[in-house]
Structures are given as structure tokens and as C-alpha cells.
Design a protein around this ligand. Structure first.
Ligand SMILES: [Cu+2]
Length: 231
């Protein structure tokens, strides 16, 4: 089964919840696909043209129809119940977050704002500072900390996608949508836009840089040199 394991590396605290659901659905559909294919090949051979055999007409079978309707319906209901817990954990109960970032999605960049050491947006220590150029397509976060992301859309619908963090969230103009993640491994991970948003969509690719605690402290010190204490 390892050969079927083609998802990107999971570096998210809730990655296993998402992956186990994905693989459950993947195996169910895979088994059904095999059964249907085998049945089709068997029927092709068994009912092929034979000299002197007459075709028969059948109205079908009510019992069989009930069975093949009921089984998928039951599977669907079980999957709905099983995915509810993950949905509620990842999408409904957004934790306050030890680190905050705001991401403005626009054609065709991720425009990042950091709240600075006070953890509040709209204050003097925000980055970028007034007059500074925008910070585009690079998000710096520490490993093992809950990161809360405020997603704001400027023009059209975009989708904030961190495949290694198992997070995908649409970003809509005129709305602030909250998301969160907690990375378990330092590294640089791609941040593509997952919603076709215009001519430059394929170039709308940022990076998430997950730092070790030491690296992150150094990064914070570089950005906010005057503050002693930083988050
Ligand atoms: Cu986009």
C-alpha cells in the first residue's frame, strides 16, 4: 500500500486526521473501481456473442437496486459522521493562536502583515511599517506554535493552500476568514493559490518558512531590533 501513498509530507498537527479520511475514501473508491472493472471484464467474456444463443430481455432486479443504493448511502452517512470531528477541529474551533499573521490575497500575490511583538494589528509595530514596501509571498513562523491566519481578499476569490500543512481555505473579497495551523517540522513549504483567479494565477506562489525556535528568535530580533521581548 506504500506505493499509493503519494500525498506530500505531513508536517501539520492535524495532518493525520485529514490523511486518514483521504485514504479511507481513496481505498473505498479504489476497491469499488476494481470490483466494477472485474465485473465488466467477466460479463464481456461470459455474455459475448455465441452462435445460436438468443438475447434475453430483463426488467432488472428490485432487490439488487435497493442493495446498490443502500450500501453507498450508508457509506456516505458514515463518512459524514467520521469527517465531522476533523471539520470541527480544523475549521470551526479556531484557537486564539500564539502567533498571528494577516494575509491579503490579491492578483497575484500573498501580501503579508505581521502584528509585531504586541500581537495586535493596526498598531505602530506592525510589519511592514508605514511607507515600507509590501511583504510579498513569504510567511515566517516558528515550529510547534499555533499560528492564526486572518485571510482577507482584495479582488477576486483566491484559495490559501498549504499542502504540507493540510490547510486549504478560500479567501473572499469583503470578508475576513480565520484559519490556523501548527507546523511540526522546520523547513520551506510552498504556498500556491488553489483557486483559478486570473491570468497570473499559476505564478501566485508563495512560501511558508517554518523556523526552529532559535532561528525564529533571530528573525524577530532582526525585524524588531528595538524590542527586547518578542513573541
Ligand atoms: Cu489567486
Amino acid at each position: 500500500m506504500r506505493m499509493l501513498n503519494w500525498l506530500p509530507e505531513d508536517v501539520s498537527t492535524y495532518g493525520k486526521e485529514v490523511d486518514s479520511l483521504f485514504y479511507l475514501i481513496y481505498y473505498i473508491t479504489g476497491i469499488v473501481f476494481l470490483l466494477v472493472t472485474v465485473a465488466m471484464i467477466v460479463f464481456l467474456i461470459k455474455y459475448r456473442y455465441q452462435e445460436g444463443r438468443r438475447a434475453i430481455y430483463t426488467h432488472g432486479s428490485t432487490t439488487l437496486e435497493i442493495i446498490w443504493t443502500a450500501i453507498p448511502a450508508i457509506i456516505l452517512i458514515l463518512l459524514a459522521f467520521k469527517s465531522q470531528a476533523a471539520w470541527s477541529h480544523i475549521k470551526m474551533n479556531i484557537p486564539p493562536g500564539e502567533v498571528q499573521i494577516r494575509v491579503l490575497a490579491k492578483q497575484f500575490n500573498w501580501d503579508i502583515t505581521y502584528p509585531g511583538p504586541d500581537g495586535k494589528f493596526g498598531t505602530e509595530d506592525d510589519l511592514p511599517r508605514p511607507g515600507d514596501p509590501a511583504i510579498l509571498d513569504e510567511i515566517h513562523v516558528p515550529v510547534n506554535k499555533v499560528v492564526r491566519v486572518e485571510l482577507v481578499g482584495k479582488d477576486v476569490i483566491h484559495s490559501f493552500f498549504l499542502p504540507h500543512l493540510r490547510l486549504k481555505q478560500d479567501v473572499l473579497p469583503g470578508r475576513t476568514i480565520l484559519a490556523w495551523f501548527q507546523a511540526t517540522k522546520p523547513g520551506r513549504y510552498p504556498l500556491p493559490c488553489a483557486e483559478l483567479c486570473g491570468i497570473g494565477h499559476s505564478g501566485m506562489l508563495g512560501s511558508l518558512i517554518v523556523h526552529t525556535p532559535e532561528e525564529y528568535a533571530a528573525w524577530v530580533k532582526e525585524k524588531w531590533p528595538s524590542t527586547e521581548k518578542a513573541q
